[in-house]
Design a protein around this ligand. Sequence first.
Ligand code: KG4
Ligand code: ZN
Length: 337
Amino acid sequence: MIILGIETSCDETSSAILQIKQEKFFLLSQTTYSQIQDHKKYGGVIPEMAARLHVPKILPVIQKSLDDANINIQQINAIAVTNGPGLVPSLIVGIHTARILSILLEKPLIAVNHLEGHLLSPFLNHNIEKLKTPALCLIISGGHTELILINKINEYKIIGRTRDDAVGEAFDKVAKLLGLPYPGGPYISKLAEEATEPINFPKPLIKSNDFDFSFSGLKTAVLYYIQQQKTLNDKLKANISAGFQNSVVQVLLHKLKKAINFYKPKTILLGGGVIANKVLRQELIKLEKKIQIPILLPELKFCGDNAAMIALASYFKYKRKEFTQPEKIKAIPTLTL
Ligand code: KG4
Ligand code: ZN
């Protein structure tokens, strides 16, 4: 069977064609148009502008994904679309397009939780048979920092979350303090490679007795540190970037290890834009060797927002026949797992 996936929850207009044969996933194509250049000058995503930019792109992006997959739209068996969490004006563009396609083509419509997309994204490049439960998943993106216990697909329990800023948000805010462009994560991690003496910043909640996170105090510590400096040259910026990144990586690893010890998962999954971070990936590869439990990372192209993960997540809903009537589908900005 073939699924058309659509994702417009934030500032990426993405469409993917996923084929499923004998429970194996084959991504035939994916087209993603990023609006980052347009939002960069404002230092963040402007929701209303994001929606306006999705409108002229959504159909050409879908058409390109069909062309690249060399399939006709009639060959599609189902249409999957993100219905939350995300920015309502942006979500509506994808939802409305999917609804019209579903009605015109008379194909089932599947509403997908964006977080479930990130959670299952490692299976775009790892065989789904590797999922042994209980499993643990850490989702780290611009809007989310969540540790999730997976009993089976569709049975999720959030065991830890951020009490304030999401990890990606902290990267973006610290980047702003350093005068780096939006989104800051990739710039911070690049600069950190030049560091000679990383600054020692606090590691928030590392000793707390739960699986929660907090990153706003760390961002404030970076702010105070910057305010105390006379000048902010490139060398100092690199040392601040590396220090901040070290704190984040150590806190994430510490909490993940703590959850592994407590829940004894058989598989560990990672998802979200921040998992593109090189140092974090290296540390996770080391951890996997040490604990001998598979830690499955999404390929770089599946870390950020993408329609392939939405199409993949929708397949399990398709099997359960969890369809949404086109006239009833709604954007839910605060949708949870
Ligand atoms: O998953 P995503 O594309 O969008 C959301 O659903 O939020 O995540 C975007 C976030 C941004 O905050 C961005 O700065 C961060 O992922 N990010 C990174 C890296 N690449 C992207 N953070 C740290 N290191 C990176 N290499
Ligand atoms: Zn996302």
